[in-house]
Design a binder for this molecule. Structure first.
Ligand SMILES: NC(=O)c1ccc[n+]([C@@H]2O[C@H](COP(=O)([O-])OP(=O)(O)OC[C@H]3O[C@@H](n4cnc5c(N)ncnc54)[C@H](O)[C@@H]3O)[C@@H](O)[C@H]2O)c1
Length: 349
């Protein structure tokens, strides 16, 4: 398990020219999925279709979820993690509920199994750090599933702002209540995606946090307006909620030389540039790829298992979680007179 592979062999002809380039087949990686809910089913679907990969099986305690994933992928399923491990796996992806990430990741890492863990890395920063340390001790790959990094629109924005002097970032991630509520609010569930993007776009740590949270309908926060300052001086804000009747995911980045606007759903990315003193400027749509983000993420994970640096490290996952938790723990300045909210509350849990 976990060995590294040589994938290409170049044979030289008698005069030293390349006469034959032969790529040796990679050894298949044996991969399992833990959790067969919404995300885990998608992991299994994608892994089942990847080259040089064998989907060994999927673990879930719920028979109905196991049956669904078998129907989707034809793979075997198990009620217990140990049954999957007994089959022999090089790597697992963990898409169980967040509060179980710690226990499941440690069990896999103790057996030197490479791990991709869904975002957020864990429920607490301490648990996240435990996972990072366990991966380090085991000498195996740990990657965190911040899938938005693999959204081609996000990649186009990242490329457009590369080398630019970034001034501010605005991200809107809103939508209706998810059909099944987990035991976390909108900050840990949604804003953590954008905290990761802000850190990634700026390549800087978030050093100041000014959150405004409200729970209009749910017991936990379902509206969040979060403001940040990075160590590099970039101002950023996230507007997220579960109270908008439609999904929207928009990013704007202002740099000294450009204004970049991206719609992460329609994958349209536009930049304004060439600002002139008379107020005129140019505008162009940027080319954006078509890859499925989860497929690109899982390919990146398997590359990391084969020796590349993970695209999203455990430390990055912990750093984003830490900021999300700071948003929840930073007391909001009380409004001068905030009237009590009326209407029924939705019980979450
Ligand atoms: N990257 C993203 O965009 C994204 C999107 C949604 C969810 N997520 C993350 O994925 C994880 C799962 O979320 P979801 O929406 O798929 O939840 P879900 O509730 O749909 O699925 C969780 C599954 O885990 C199973 N499970 C429970 N205990 C288990 C155990 N001990 N071992 C194995 N499986 C177990 C449940 O039966 C369920 O089938 C969460 O950490 C969530 O934050 C990430």
């Amino acid at each position: 398990m976990g060995d590294r592979y040589t994938t290409g062999v170049i044979r030289m002809g008698s005069k030293g020219s390349v006469s034959d380039v032969k790529t040796e087949p990679k050894r298949q990686l044996r991969v399992g999925v833990v959790g067969a809910g919404i995300m885990g089913s998608n992991h299994a679907r994608v892994l089942a279709g990847l080259p040089d990969t064998a989907l060994v099986g999927v673990v879930d305690p719920l028979p109905a979820h196991r049956a669904r994933v078998t129907e989707l992928t034809g793979c075997q399923t198990f009620a217990e993690l140990d049954e999957l491990i007994a089959e022999g796996v090089d790597a697992v992806t963990i898409a169980a509920p967040t509060h179980l990430h710690h226990e499941i990741a440690l069990a896999c890492l103790a057996r030197k199994i490479h791990v991709l863990v869904e975002k957020p890395i864990a429920s607490t920063v301490e648990e996240g750090r435990d996972i990072v340390n366990a991966a380090r001790q085991a000498g195996v790959t740990l990657m965190v599933g911040h899938v938005e990094r693999f959204n081609p629109a996000v990649a186009a924005i990242k490329q457009a702002i590369s080398g630019e002097d970034i001034l501010s970032i605005g991200i809107t991630r809103v939508g209706p209540f998810p059909p099944r509520m987990s035991n976390v609010g909108v900050v840990i569930d949604l804003a953590v995606h954008d905290i990761d993007l802000i850190r990634w776009f700026t390549e800087s740590d978030i050093v100041e946090v000014q959150p405004q949270l409200s729970s209009a309908v749910a017991e936990r926060e379902d509206i969040a307006l979060l403001q940040f300052r990075t160590a590099s001086g970039v101002l950023a804000h996230i507007n997220t909620n579960w109270l908008t009747p439609f999904k929207a995911r928009n990013v704007t980045v202002a740099t000294r030389g450009k204004y970049v606007m991206g719609d992460l759903l329609t994958r349209q990315v536009t930049e304004c540039f060439g600002f002139k003193p008379d107020g005129s400027y140019s505008m162009r749509h940027l080319p954006v790829g078509h890859d499925e983000p989860l497929r690109a993420e899982l390919i990146a994970f398997l590359r990391a298992v084969r020796g590349e640096v993970p695209a999203v490290t455990g430390d990055e996952g912990v750093a984003s979680l830490e900021i999300a938790i700071r948003c929840l723990e930073t007391p909001a300045r009380p409004a001068a007179s905030s009237p009590p909210r009326k209407g029924p509350r939705r019980v979450v849990g």
